[in-house]
Design a protein around this ligand. Structure first.
Ligand SMILES: Cc1cc2nc3c(=O)[nH]c(=O)nc-3n(C[C@H](O)[C@H](O)[C@H](O)COP(=O)(O)OP(=O)(O)OC[C@H]3O[C@@H](n4cnc5c(N)ncnc54)[C@H](O)[C@@H]3O)c2cc1C
Length: 475
């Protein structure tokens, strides 16, 4: 009998499988798709032979769980870090380059934004109350802030409308994938506090395809411990009555298991739950998780268009794309090649009625605003990936809906970026959820293991302010 069945071969499921394998447990991972990696996967483009991701992803230097997983799998050095420049924002008439100045956190990025076109000193001063709250932000505030949207919250703190339009509408879309008027203030403030609270926080990108970072390596670890990874085999439903006792695949095969980990997104979990469990908390809210869709474009040019490695447009109502990545400056062995660009259309409903051709045309136009040579270059090839859900929307109430790893059904543990990790829905959140699920599985067997890594205390002034908050938990 399989000891533990893990449903879902994305990052959360594989992180859990690896952690359990490292404790000598034979797991069976069941993945519906032919390819592992879920929303952090990659494949070979048929025309060019290049490995492309589902969409471009960024890592950052505080991704402790994800980096621990890569360390375990021997691929940690396949992240290309960008420590100097954090990000170039395509503000008009001149770009704003975010970089850290030698100041204590959370002030180090401040000088980069001072002087941003369209903002004046009175706008920056209205940011002070938000900055103060960000330094003191911690998980004990999440329940309360989860009841209010980001726009109402920043207005209540007196942030100027110019700064809301310039910074917060952009930040909300790129970090939570939800517009400011819908985002949970708790979800947005958590990310703000983390991005500003750590000294020198910087971004990184995969030098290889995302799935190449961890899927094959994870399978080897799981198999070495006596486990297996089934691909192209969807779970139809979880079996059991009072406790879960295995999974039944779409072809009717029953895989008995003492413990089951669901590493599925909310709607997929809802679809495999037996009817009698569906109405019970925390499963009753599963249909309310709303997907944030993406459209991701890959563009192959005939020449080097001298693009930034990583640049983003600011928010404006009619714009399609936010972030652009020049893969020829990121992928191992691609230096010197003509430019290959990847871009993200986030919360992409506005792009859905457009044809792929129209999306490509507008993406090239928007790229040319950042890298003017794109307008003159010949586009050799382009692909458009339509992704129904990048992450669940962190709308008002989202944080309170997120379930804990331990479910009320004995033997059933939950993982996935959307579960209660005290993290945003990211690769880091997914990896942490996998480790948390493994801890819960081991605890049921009487084994105590500390696998998941919590966010550390903020640095410098942010840390001083946070430590002064009475009854504080971890940040
Ligand atoms: C375009 C895009 C851009 C992103 N950008 C970033 C970024 O810049 N930085 C960042 O950190 N994160 C980013 N993310 C988010 C990140 O990819 C996800 O948070 C993470 O991959 C989620 O992993 P998961 O294992 O929780 O879920 P998933 O990857 O969704 O894994 C669930 C798996 O379960 C499988 N499954 C579903 N139903 C069944 C069934 N019935 N039986 C068996 N298997 C089933 C699915 O096929 C899937 O493989 C982005 C995501 C996308 C799509």
């Amino acid at each position: 009998m399989t000891q533990v069945a893990v449903v879902g071969g994305g990052l959360a499921g594989l992180a859990c499988g690896v952690a359990l394998a490292d404790h000598g447990i034979a797991v069976t991972v069941v993945e519906r798709a032919d390819r592992l990696g879920g929303r952090a996967s990659c494949w070979r483009d048929r025309v060019t032979g290049d490995v492309v991701d589902i969409g471009p992803h960024i890592f950052h230097s505080e991704y402790h769980n994800m980096l621990a997983l890569l360390e375990r799998l021997g691929t940690r050095d396949l992240i290309c870090w960008q420590p100097g420049k954090v990000l170039t924002l395509a503000s008009k008439p001149k770009p704003t380059v975010l970089r850290h100045y030698p100041l204590p956190a959370p002030l180090s990025l401040g000088p980069s934004i001072l002087g941003a076109p369209g903002l004046g000193m009175q706008d920056y001063l209205t940011m002070l109350p938000t900055g103060w709250r960000g330094m003191r932000f911690g998980e004990e505030q999440v329940d309360e802030l989860d009841r209010i949207n980001g726009l109402a919250y920043f207005r209540s703190l007196g942030v100027s409308e110019a700064l809301i339009d310039w910074w917060w509408r952009f930040a909300s879309m790129v970090v939570t994938n939800v517009p400011l008027e819908r985002v949970s203030a708790a979800s947005l403030m958590r990310i703000h506090a983390q991005l500003s609270g750590y000294r020198g926080l910087h971004f990184g990108f995969a030098k290889v395809g995302l799935g190449e970072l961890y899927t094959g390596q994870a399978v080897r670890v799981i198999e070495r411990a006596g486990g297996r990874v089934l691909r192209g085999r969807g779970v139809a439903y979880l079996s059991g009555s009072e406790r879960v006792d295995g999974v039944v695949l779409a072809d009717g095969t029953h895989i008995p298991a003492r413990q089951v980990v669901s590493a599925l997104p909310p709607h997929d979990l809802d679809a495999v739950l037996p009817g009698r469990w569906r109405g019970r908390a925390p499963f009753d809210v599963l249909p309310r998780f709303e997907p944030s869709p993406y459209v991701c474009c890959y563009l192959w040019f005939d020449r080097d268009i001298k693009a930034e490695r990583f640049a983003s447009h600011l928010w404006s109502p009619g714009r399609l794309n936010y972030d652009f990545y020049d893969l020829s400056q990121i992928r191992q062995g691609w230096r010197g090649r003509p430019t290959v660009i990847a871009s993200n259309i986030i919360y992409s409903h506005r792009a859905h009625p457009l044809s792929d051709g129209e999306i490509v045309r507008r993406t090239v136009d928007e790229l040319a605003e950042i890298a003017p040579r794109a307008a003159k270059a010949r586009l050799l090839h382009a692909v458009v990936h339509r992704v129904p859900m990048a992450i669940p929307c962190a709308t008002v109430g989202f944080e309170r809906m997120r379930p804990r790893a331990r479910s009320p059904i004995p033997g059933l543990t939950l993982a996935g970026d959307w579960t209660r990790t005290h993290m945003p829905c990211t690769m880091e959140g997914a990896a942490k959820s996998g480790f948390m699920a493994a801890e819960a599985v081991l605890a049921e067997r009487g084994i105590r293991a500390d696998l998941a890594i919590d966010a550390r205390m903020y640095d410098d002034l942010a840390g001083v302010a946070r430590r002064a908050v009475p009854n504080r938990s971890v940040p």
